[in-house]
Ligand binder design. Structure first.
Ligand SMILES: *Cc1c(COP(=O)(O)O)cnc(C)c1O
Length: 357
């Protein structure tokens, strides 16, 4: 099996080996030390400020998206949400459920956000901003510098879902004045799904501690308090946190986050070069490193996904809803190599030879 989806993705041998081990008891100084190391490396990789904190949630990325919104905003806030795909839509749903007033900014499918789109919201009393840095559903990396400048000018609290951009695209939490950054275990961290994490600036920690959250599991005050001793309030996905630790150390040893950004960027570039001449159109005007969204001009996208899965043992990532037949995505995250890209491109060429595309 060769997996080019955008998560879960393939893991390194060392990460997989941990998955075969017994899960240890975790209320121990040894596990606390591992959690401190996880927090330290994550903060380093996102370039968080010294006093930032990391909360590890046992739950997929959406759990941390919802926990973040619940803990740092209230119905007295007034939020802007970039809704350019299914993950932007999810932030809107979360705001609706928690009675947080919001306005949607809707870039066209596959398009980046522009200064013109933000202009009407200058000086309008907005207090929060929610954006999925890489809107993975359409493969668009938003202009975070533009958003950051807008938020700074307007004194707006910026929350960024970096679930699929963490480790893939350069990101400097402190320089961008990002107050909350969210990511998950099954994207470029290349571990099994089940853990998501929230990096909170000092200001964000203050908000959490002042907020009254009507939830036991998602009240981050308890998580922050437990985190001071390297623990979590409830039983966490211990095995995955051990795998995350291995993976973070692997990246650190290989050259840190810049090394990983370059590696993923190189793989993406290699793939985009190799598909030239195939009947596919790239459908994003601001490509992230994590994924390439493609529109096949001669066949159904879902049909291609199915044939590759069933006859070649290769998984690409199908799209859902209206885009099911129009767009598929090829991920560049996880334990992939340039040779794997060649294998995929050769399979595409074979489909062409067979008259399937
Ligand atoms: C994968 C992803 C999520 C999280 O989805 P889960 O299925 O809950 O893990 C959220 N936002 C973005 C941008 C993603 O790529």
């Amino acid at each position: 099996m060769l997996n080019f989806t955008v998560g879960p993705v393939m893991s390194s041998d060392a990460v997989r080996a941990i998955g075969a081990e017994q899960v240890p008891y975790f209320r121990t100084p040894e596990f606390s030390e591992l959690m401190f190391e996880n927090e330290r490396l994550v903060k380093k990789f996102v370039k968080a400020e010294e006093d930032a904190r990391v909360v590890f949630i046992t739950g997929s990325g959406t759990a941390s998206m919802e926990a973040s919104v619940m803990n740092v905003f209230t119905p007295q806030d007034k939020i802007l949400v970039v809704n350019g795909g299914s993950f932007g839509e999810r932030f809107c749903q979360i705001c609706e459920i928690h009675d947080i007033p919001f306005t949607e900014i809707r870039p066209e499918f596959g398009h980046d956000i522009t200064a013109k789109m933000l202009a009407p919201y200058e000086g309008q009393g907005y207090t929060g901003f929610l954006v999925n840095l890489d809107e993975t559903s359409t493969g668009v990396l938003y202009n975070i510098q533009l958003i950051s400048d807008f938020c700074r000018r307007n004194d707006i609290f910026l929350v960024v879902d970096s679930i699929s951009s963490f480790l893939c695209d350069p990101f400097d939490m402190k320089a961008l004045d990002v107050q909350v950054m969210i990511t998950g275990s099954q994207k470029a961290l290349a571990c099994p799904p089940g853990i998501s994490l929230i990096v909170l600036s000092e200001k964000a920690v203050e908000r959490v501690n002042a907020n009254h959250v009507k939830s036991l599991y998602f009240d981050l005050k308890e998580a922050l308090k437990n985190g001071e001793r390297g623990q979590t309030p409830f039983t966490c996905a211990v095995g995955i946190l051990r795998q995350i630790n291995m993976r973070l150390k692997e990246i650190e040893t290989a050259g840190g986050v810049e090394f990983e950004n370059n590696k993923i960027g190189d793989l993406a570039q290699d793939f985009r070069t190799k598909i030239k001449g195939l009947p596919f159109e790239i459908v994003s005007n601001s490509l992230p490193n994590a994924v390439t969204p493609l529109h096949p001009t001669t066949a159904s996208a879902y049909g291609i996904f199915t044939v590759l899965k069933d006859e070649y043992g290769i998984w690409i990532c199908p799209n859902g809803g209206e885009l099911k037949d129009k767009v598929f995505r090829v991920g560049h995250i996880g334990a992939l190599t340039k040779e794997d890209n060649t294998t995929l491109v050769n399979a595409f060429k074979d489909l062409q030879k067979r008259g399937i595309i």
